[in-house]
Design a protein around this ligand. Structure first.
Ligand SMILES: Nc1ncnc2c1ncn2[C@@H]1O[C@H](COP(=O)(O)OP(=O)(O)OP(=O)(O)O)[C@@H](O)[C@H]1O
Ligand SMILES: [Mg+2]
Length: 317
């Protein structure tokens, strides 16, 4: 396998040569639904400590790829390892040991509406560590809530009492409940206002640096790609057609890549790519995000039945 040993020249990641081992390894993945082939010999390697952005047109199979990696979707063919362990068709005990090591925020991932934020965060803790007493559960939940930038008094609140951005943060708090090494985020900024989305980007980058996380981030959001992703994987033609820094992708002449990154929206995002904080970013973010996402759907407007990830996975949503 070719391993890129360059230091992250923009200083955005904390990726070091010694850490460049592979956390997620997908080889020859094939997924189909009836006649529809979604993935055909798809390969992807995710390195430890990076934020990898996964982009592609709607319906290209980004969420199905994530579901395959976490063992929710059994592929027709292919091999997938996470932390060196296969995730396809594992027995439940072995699967549990791997699942403890990642956290997930599903696309449109709703919180349990009848549970408070703190109780939501405690769901995975109760599942994986049933012996923990309530006082400790409360303490861990408070810590996770504050860690995601929510006010301490958000813990006892119900999801209906939170703004969209706060709900996303609560979802991240729950995804972090088990101190994961790997975080999966499927369209986390969809439905957020531009300032909220930029602040969420900063949160993810901050958490990734502080906790040394590897982040698998599916997004349509060009600002997010420019702001926080170390590398970007492009899904098209049923496979990952390219993976690299945005500069490397820009040098490729694939029509989808050129249209996506070099079209008007991509150029607008590029214009604002300097490392700036959320507070400094609203004007540029407003322009770019409005251009890039003329219609966004608030995750909370999606009926639970319509949630493609409605299948319950205790501890992960
Ligand atoms: N359980 C399923 N049964 C049948 N078809 C499915 C199933 N899950 C996904 N698909 C199909 O697989 C294709 C890829 O879906 P997927 O949800 O991965 O797309 P996506 O790239 O995440 O799109 P978006 O950007 O809109 O979220 C779509 O055509 C979808 O309809
Ligand atoms: Mg999706």
């Amino acid at each position: 396998m070719a391993v890129d040993t360059r230091i992250d020249e923009q200083g955005r990641g904390q990726v070091r040569d010694r850490d460049r081992d592979i956390v997620i390894d997908v080889r020859g993945l094939v997924n189909s639904f009836g006649e529809q082939v979604v993935h055909e010999n798809l390969d992807l390697q995710v390195r430890r400590g990076e934020i990898i952005g996964v982009v592609g047109g709607s319906g290209t199979g980004k969420s199905v790829l994530m579901r395959s990696i976490i063992g929710l979707q059994t592929p027709d063919a292919g091999e997938i390892t996470v932390f060196g362990e296969p995730t396809i068709d594992r027995d439940p005990t072995e699967a549990t040991n791997i699942r403890k090591r990642w956290g997930i925020l599903f696309q449109g991932g709703a919180l349990f509406s009848t549970l408070t934020v703190a109780e939501n965060v405690q769901v995975p803790l109760r599942e994986f560590y049933p012996q923990l007493d309530q006082a400790l559960l409360d303490e861990i939940a408070s810590y996770k809530v504050v860690m995601t930038g929510l006010p301490a008094d958000a813990g006892p609140k119900f999801p209906s009492e939170l703004s969209g951005g706060m709900k996303k943060r609560a979802g991240v708090a729950r995804a972090l409940a088990l101190d994961p090494e790997l975080l999966f985020l499927d369209e986390p900024t969809a439905g957020l206002d531009p300032i909220g989305a930029a602040a969420f980007d900063d949160l993810i980058r901050g958490l990734q640096r502080t906790l040394g996380l590897t982040v698998f981030l599916i997004t349509h959001d060009l600002d997010t790609l420019y702001a926080i992703c170390d590398r970007v994987a492009v899904l098209a033609d049923k496979k990952v057609i390219a993976v690299g820094t945005i500069d490397e992708l820009l040098a490729m002449d694939h029509p989808w890549i050129q249209e996506y990154f070099n079209g008007p929206r991509g150029r607008a995002a590029l214009a604002g790519r300097d490392d700036i904080t959320a507070e400094m970013r609203p004007d540029r973010a407003t322009a770019v995000r409005q251009a890039a996402s003329p219609t966004t759907i608030d995750a909370d407007d999606i009926p639970r039945d319509a949630d493609t990830d409605a299948e319950p996975i205790p501890g992960t949503r």
